[in-house]
Design a protein around this ligand. Structure first.
Ligand SMILES: N[C@@H](CCC(=O)NCCCC(=O)O)C(=O)O
Length: 250
């Protein structure tokens, strides 16, 4: 059995005196075991990356969550210490890969930092430390000993009436986890808000002109992809779209 390739842009981190280009296993497993895809981790070498060759080889692109934040230079805001930590190598790789993937009508699944990258890549902006803004809730992960507690389901997302996500989730409201302190501020023109939290945070969005699956989700469907119905539905739909792209090329 062959599985289509999905490109996943790596985070960079320093460990044991080396710079690593890496992706958490939760995303890789959800891509492999629920979406049925073969992940290909793309090292974050920015403009040294041969995007043409990578995007000719894969049938989808997935952007993961990360503790780092998109550098505000990318959306025209002056950086402060509070905007960090940063991973400029990832920004320089993920933002162009998103734009190129959408131009090529490749399926795109953007999660948490990836959701924020999708907005910035198309010209939108981000709000920082939203828990300190008036009328906004705390969307950060709780202090907890285990990842299961950090990724526990925390709040509801209301899906826009008429959104194709209502069909995907078979309902108007879903319950999600929450591990972020930034959020979409000005939504890029090329995106539509498809789901919002009670405090107005854009939790789900879609690339308007995309001919394939192209969604951003502010929460983490990868963590419960095997056991949670809505999380599984996202990965299954992404897998189906990537396989459709692969078949259309064959
Ligand atoms: N850093 C951004 C993006 C949020 C995100 O991708 N979170 C994943 C965090 C994983 C963890 O805490 O273990 C933000 O804070 O908004």
């Amino acid at each position: 059995m062959t599985s289509p390739l999905v490109a996943i842009v790596a985070d960079t981190l320093v460990h044991d005196s080396y710079i690593w280009h890496a992706t958490p296993q939760t995303y890789l497993r959800a891509a492999m075991e629920v979406a049925g895809l073969q992940p290909l981790i793309v090292p974050a070498f920015g403009d040294k990356t041969d995007f043409y060759t990578i995007l000719a080889a894969v049938d989808g692109v997935m952007l993961t969550g990360a503790r780092s934040n998109v550098h505000p230079d990318n959306y025209g805001v002056k950086a402060t210490e509070a905007h960090g930590p940063f991973d400029p190598a990832r920004d320089a790789t993920s933002l162009p890969i998103i734009r190129e993937a959408l131009k090529k009508n490749l399926p795109v699944l953007a999660i948490c930092r990836g959701h924020q990258e999708l907005n910035v890549a198309l010209g939108g902006t981000l709000a920082n430390d939203i828990q300190d803004l008036p009328d906004r809730d705390n969307h950060r992960a709780p202090e907890a000993d285990t990842q299961d507690e950090r990724y526990a389901i925390r709040h509801e997302v209301n899906i826009r009436n008429g959104s194709s996500l209502q069909d995907l989730f078979d309902g108007e409201t879903i319950s999600v986890n929450s591990l972020h302190r930034q959020a979409v501020d000005r939504l890029a023109d090329g995106l539509s808000a498809e789901g919002t939290a009670e405090d107005g945070t854009i939790e789900a969005m879609q690339a308007r002109d995309a001919k394939a699956f192209a969604y951003g989700f502010q929460w983490h469907p990868e963590y419960w992809a095997e056991s949670d119905k809505a999380s599984r539905a996202i990965f299954e739909a992404f897998g189906k779209a990537v396989r459709a792209h692969a078949s259309s090329r064959a």
